[in-house]
Design a protein around this ligand. Structure first.
Ligand code: NAD
Length: 487
């Protein structure tokens, strides 16, 4: 790609776009073509973060006292701004992250829907009243905002994940310091710009870019931070959770190793399609992506054959090309990690029956491309069957009974999403009770979740205290007081 002038984007602190104190920047590059620099962004320091936290702290009381309908109006206006720019922002998101254009545009639209959803849901989010024996006393709970909230997010859904944290934080009266992933800062700028244009008061949302090693600790340990809502890897989440003080709430949405169980009675063609969609869309980089298929032996050969056929038909390429179904991996670290796991799988004795090659010729030469990989003869104790790979790699494990399938499905440290393909409603219901996962599907992909339904994992996939999304997504951002009024 011909490089035109590369724009430098700034932090947003106390209502103004500003440089970082050290004036240093980093580049966000296109994973489909590493010669294409998407933009330059501020390499912030701890000092920048502290300024942002102080601005959020100063703005808190006034925002907490702002009428909920005024807050909702700002969210709705920001949603309209995003909707009016879906084409531009979708293209930018594809350039920055690599995902296919239809997915990128869909994500921008979903972000607008999320802002609108919380603009409505937040207005009726309230406490409870409690009957009591004193006729001259009312007892009720009231919900109040926490204060300053840190929002720390990954690159795989780089505008919709921030929105599902920022919108409920703002509508309930909190102020925010937002740090996006350094792989996808541009689309995060667009979200903040929309809120700015919508008239959000200064200091209510603040935005800093930069490396976690420089800004991460201040975002978690500064005494004014009342809550940290984080989505990312389990390692980073555990680190943040440990560092947070007793008075800082944490909400950690972390990794997964999501199984799809295929029973004998399944429509095998449908099951294979679910595996392809769940395992390879977003180039396998969805936290709820299908990374294990646990299939009954009697249908395993047919399933694997169909899985290979359907995978072969997935066009790999630049996400801006309308034919592309599988884009590049998001960054070089991802590429190395995925190729490394493919080697580990081979060394462990699993059989690589399809793909797994690093693509480097012609159109792929400047991007982070890998063919989707399918392993069979996978034993449940292998690393490729246990560890999160976060790439387009499916490990097929063959079993002879539902009991073995559920035992293997649960025998990992994660519990984010899981699905079963069966026509047996009784078995499906049993699966919903026995599977250790926060999102449970029947005859659907492990990926995908509704804006209006709770989302989160079990075990090492989430802190179990608060869920994101839906109405319960508001709970994390409020505290309860119980009030007794006698008269
Ligand atoms: P990551 O953990 O490397 O980074 C996520 C964010 O946290 C980035 O902004 C990063 O700069 C910041 N960060 C990293 N270490 C930090 C620290 N010690 N203190 C403060 N901030 C820190 O994750 P990633 O590579 O961006 O994303 C991929 C991971 O995210 C995968 O493990 C995936 O499963 C997970 N994920 C989970 C969900 C979910 O809802 N459960 C959704 C999407 C992605």
């Amino acid at each position: 790609m011909l490089q035109t002038t590369v724009k430098t984007y700034q932090n947003y602190i106390n209502g103004e776009w500003v440089e970082s104190v050290n004036k240093e920047t980093f580049e966000s590059i296109n994973p489909a073509d590493t010669n294409d620099i998407v933009g330059r962004f501020q390499s912030s320091t701890e000092e920048d973060v502290i300024k942002a936290i102080e601005a959020a702290s100063d703005a808190f009381q006034e925002w907490a006292n702002t009428s909920p309908s005024k807050r909702a109006q700002i969210l709705n206006k920001a949603a309209a701004i995003l909707e009016s720019k879906v084409d531009q922002y979708g293209e930018e998101l594809t350039r920055e992250e690599g995902k296919i254009l239809s997915g990128a545009k869909g994500e921008v639209q979903r972000t607008a829907q999320t802002l609108r959803y919380y603009a409505v849901e937040g207005l009726s989010f309230t406490g409870e009243t409690f009957p009591n024996d004193d006729p001259n006393m009312d007892v009720f709970t009231q919900r109040e905002p926490l204060g300053v909230v840190s929002v720390i997010t990954p690159w795989n859904f780089p505008i919709s994940i921030p929105a599902r944290k920022i919108a409920p934080a703002l509508i309930t009266g909190n102020t925010v310091v937002f740090k996006p992933s350094s792989d996808t800062p541009l689309i995060a700028v667009r979200l903040v710009e929309a809120l700015h244009e919508a008239g959000i008061p200064k200091g209510v949302i603040n935005f800093v870019t930069g490396s976690a090693s420089k800004v991460g600790d201040a975002l978690v340990t500064h005494p004014a931070i009342r809550a940290v809502t984080f989505t990312g890897s389990t390692g980073a989440g555990e680190d943040i959770h440990r560092k947070a003080s007793l008075t800082t709430r944490t909400q950690m949405e972390l990794g997964g190793k999501n199984p799809l169980i295929v029973m004998e009675d399944a429509d095998i063609d449908h099951a294979a399609q679910l595996a392809v969609n769940g395992g390879f869309s977003l180039t396998g980089q969805a936290c709820t992506g299908t990374s294990r298929v646990i299939v009954m032996e009697s249908v395993a050969d047919e399933f694997v054959q169909k899985l290979i056929e359907k995978t072969q038909s997935q066009t790999i390429g630049n996400g801006l090309n309308p034919d592309t179904k599988i884009g590049p991996l998001a960054n070089n670290k991802q590429l190395k990690n995925v190729l490394n796991y493919i080697e580990i799988g081979k060394e462990e004795g699993a059989e690589l029956v399809y793909g797994g090659n690093h693509l480097t010729d012609s159109e792929f030469s400047n991007g982070y491309y890998v063919e989707p990989a399918i392993f069979t003869n996978v034993s449940p104790t292998m690393r490729i069957a246990k560890e999160e790979i976060f790439g387009p790699v499916i490990a097929v494990i063959t079993v002879n009974s539902y009991e073995d399938a559920i035992q293997i499905a649960n025998d990992v440290e994660y519990g984010l999403s899981a699905s079963i393909v069966t026509k047996d409603i009784g078995l499906a219901k049993r699966f919903t009770r026995e599977i250790e996962a926060g999102t449970v599907k029947v005859n659907r992909t492990t990926t995908g979740n509704l804006i209006n339904a709770p989302f989160g994992g079990l075990k090492k996939s989430s802190t179990s205290t608060f869920r994101e999304s839906g109405r319960v997504g508001l709970e994390f951002f409020t505290q309860i007081k119980t009030v007794y009024i006698g008269y």
